[in-house]
Design a protein around this ligand. Structure first.
Ligand SMILES: [Zn+2]
Ligand SMILES: [Zn+2]
Length: 447
């Protein structure tokens, strides 16, 4: 854990040092709640303390700043924004209840879901994306306790074996409070933290000797319209899913699902070596998004193919025309791919990527003739290998190229005519859903 997570931005004297301390308390209790997520009594104690600390941030700020000239004019729009924000309004009520009446009525729920296609993976990714600023609309689900119960429930659905063979079960524990049931509690508190951190920083900026370049608008905090959408939610508070969920393969209960991912660090030496081998390093002047990299990657991919080397499965993440991150992935089967597709969506949201470019080796086959069933290309004897370069950005625009190739028995490589193919990728459904979720408004109180 880190001291003074949100540092003081005042370059002169801090207008409200106590508000910073209370903010740090919120952060501390939030971590304690997460550590004690499976221990109801400990969780409740820390939750009560955390909710009170949230309230104490504004108390401290008002107390320390009320005599400063211009305070009321500055604070009024912030106060109004807080009253308009359901999660903050609810937290004020919750604090009053804790102080005057005792504990909140809370429930710890276990949700189990079977994921057997990219649509189900997308539903989960969409909820995770909401964790930044927003909260999912609760999907009505059975409350189940064990793999046996999940199995019994799934058997009633009479799904084909082939579907179940690829399925993964996602078990998730959630703490919710009566009166605000749509929000997982730590997410609600993390949202409040990011909002109050913005408020405290804005006080620093507005009332310090010299003003740093920081523009915070109470109306856009936590939304995509904000210039600092997730900037004030520290990375450690972005997602609690990993700590709250367990995934396993439906057929055998194997908890080792999710394939393999590994981040690739930018390595100038490796790049120089690659440049010597495949031509100059790729750089696109004036690129505005991941889409602008499709053609250059196709050219590079062709060179790699001609060199006789295999191509891995890569994901390059972009913000605008700038590459943020590279991830190499591998999957053993479809179950792994479902889990991977969720993980990559979560990663993209966490790093603030608005575009992705995927490089993969694929099979291309014939489409079925009329009245015939579709045979997956990988199972067709006269299938062709191909290198696919596909990019998609958060607005939904896609661009893709496919380079068919065949390897002869003597090691030569025949490269076919490049095909344009921009059909939206199924594997990226979860990321698409997460981006869409990120464009929606602030959390709503549940019914
Ligand atoms: Zn300060
Ligand atoms: Zn932390």
């Amino acid at each position: 854990m880190h001291e003074h997570l949100i540092g003081c931005a005042a370059s002169g004297t801090c207008p409200s040092p106590t508000a910073h301390l209370r903010l740090d308390e919120v952060h501390t209790f939030w971590h304690r709640c997460l550590d004690n997520y499976q221990e109801p009594n400990l969780f409740r104690t820390d939750l009560n303390a955390g909710i009170q600390a949230i309230r104490n941030v504004t108390f401290a700020l008002q107390k320390e700043m009320r005599h400063i000239e211009g305070f009321t004019e500055w604070y009024t729009p912030w106060r109004d924004a807080m009253t308009r924000t359901p999660v903050l309004k609810w937290l004020v009520q919750a604090r009053n209840q804790i102080v005057k009446e005792g504990d909140l009525v809370t429930h710890s729920r276990l949700r189990a879901r079977l994921v057997f296609d990219y649509y189900a993976a997308a539903a989960i990714a969409e909820e995770r994306a909401h964790e930044f600023a927003l909260e999912p609309i609760e999907i009505e689900s059975e409350v189940l306790a064990s793999l046996e119960e999940v199995r019994a429930n799934v058997e009633e659905l009479r799904l084909p074996d082939a579907v179940l063979a690829d399925g993964i079960v996602v078990l998730e524990r959630r703490w919710v409070a009566e009166g605000f049931p749509a929000s997982e509690l730590l997410n609600a508190i993390a949202y409040a933290f990011s909002f109050l951190a913005s408020l405290v920083l804005d006080a620093d900026v507005q009332f310090s000797a010299t003003r740093p370049d920081l523009e915070l608008d109470p109306d856009t905090i936590g939304t995509v319209g904000c210039r600092y959408p997730a900037a004030l939610r520290p990375p450690c508070m972005v997602s609690t899913h990993r700590a709250r969920t367990a995934s396993f393969r439906y057929v055998d209960g194997d908890s080792n699902v999710g394939g393999f991912t590994s981040a690739i660090e930018f390595d100038p030496e490796a790049l120089k070596a690659a440049a010597g081998k495949y031509g100059p390093p790729m750089q696109v002047i004036g690129a505005r998004s991941a889409l602008d990299y499709v053609k250059p990657y196709a050219a590079l991919g062709e060179q790699i193919l001609r060199s006789g080397e295999d191509h891995g499965w890569f994901h390059f993440f972009y913000r605008g025309g700038e590459r943020l991150h590279t991830e190499f992935v591998a999957a053993r089967d479809r179950a792994d791919k479902f889990a991977l597709s969720q993980q990559l969506a979560e990663l993209a949201i966490r790093i603030g990527a608005d575009g992705v470019l995927q490089v993969a080796e694929v099979w291309i086959g014939r489409l079925p003739e009329e009245g015939q069933a579709l045979i997956p290309p990988a199972l067709q004897p006269d299938r062709t290998e191909a290198l696919q370069i596909y990019a998609e950005i958060s607005s939904g625009e896609t661009r893709g190229l496919i380079i068919p190739f065949s390897r002869s028995a003597f090691g030569g490589v025949q490269i076919g005519e490049t095909i344009e193919e921009s059909h939206p990728s199924n594997f990226l459904l979860p990321l698409r859903a997460a981006w869409r979720a990120g464009r929606r408004g602030a959390p709503e109180a549940g019914s």
